[in-house]
Design a binder for this molecule. Structure first.
Ligand SMILES: [Zn+2]
Length: 271
């Protein structure tokens, strides 16, 4: 009985988010802004900040920033807004790119990765979603569905952007990206990593770790796709096709650079 109630609750919550998202998507389309991506990204930021999740300062940034800075420097010429990385406090190892250039990395991801290359691979993958405008494409998709199903007969409240942010966070966390979008992010990510001086095999090692890991602890950003082997194969083919770029990198994780994080790092939060 309890489990039935719980399921119903989850379903209702999911349904509510979809409905709200749909209403907001229609509204946003009607008031089309010149800089849609920035606006959506800012709302997500505001929402995460309101939840007290964004880490303002922590020794964890000392570990993250050298990698994030190198990756952002490579990716920036391919994107029209400043690329910024933020740590957020969440139990689940995860990272997600939002429209407008912000990439959020959960603190728990820093403790999940086994080496610097696995962290770099994750950041490169996420920043590639940014380059490809994938999260904005999710928003646009919702707008198209909303227009088709609901037309213009929607009442909008003043907090629509706020609700959009909540819905978008839910979408990104549950990974609405298609397999194609994921594959493209893997390949572009490996290019970004190689150009940043990080061994792009790190992403392959990460997929292999997922396969070996307890599924409860697999980062959501990649766990929704059971075809890790397919992705490893696509990356391996890509590396083979461009030996000038990739041949200098070792495929052996024994050559990985250790990634060291302070075990009891303090965190203060943006309020
Ligand atoms: Zn992805």
């Amino acid at each position: 009985m309890a489990s039935t109630d719980k399921r119903r609750h989850v379903w209702l919550a999911g349904g509510l988010v979809v409905i709200l998202f749909t209403m907001i998507a229609v509204g946003a389309a009607q008031n089309s802004q010149p800089d849609d991506e920035l606006q959506v990204g800012q709302e997500v930021f505001n929402e995460l900040k309101a939840k007290g999740e964004i880490v303002a300062s922590s020794p964890l940034y000392d570990a993250l920033l050298p990698v994030a800075t190198a990756v952002a420097r490579t990716a920036q010429p391919q994107y029209n807004h400043p690329i910024k990385f933020y740590l957020v406090h969440e139990q689940q190892p995860n990272a997600f790119a939002t429209p407008g250039g912000n990439v959020y990395v959960t603190d728990s991801l820093l403790f999940f990765v086994k080496n610097t290359e696995e962290l770099a691979g994750t950041l490169c993958h996420e920043v590639s979603h940014t380059i490809h405008h994938d999260s904005m494409a999710l928003v646009e998709k919702e707008r198209r569905i909303a227009r088709r199903e609901l037309g213009a007969a929607i009442l909008l409240g003043p907090s629509k952007a706020h609700v959009l942010a909540i819905a978008l966070i839910g979408k990104l966390h549950s990974l609405g990206y298609s397999r194609d979008a994921e594959s493209r992010a893997d390949l572009t990510g490996s290019d970004v990593c190689a150009a940043s001086g990080y061994n792009p095999w790190g992403l392959v090692w990460l997929f292999r770790d997922f396969d070996a890991a307890d599924t409860a602890h697999v980062p959501q950003l990649l766990s929704d796709h059971p075809d890790n082997q397919h992705r490893v194969d696509a990356l391996t083919r890509h590396f083979g096709a461009y030996p000038k770029v990739f041949a200098k990198f070792s495929s052996d994780a024994k050559n990985a650079k250790p990634f060291v994080v302070p075990a009891n790092a303090t965190e203060s939060f943006l309020r």
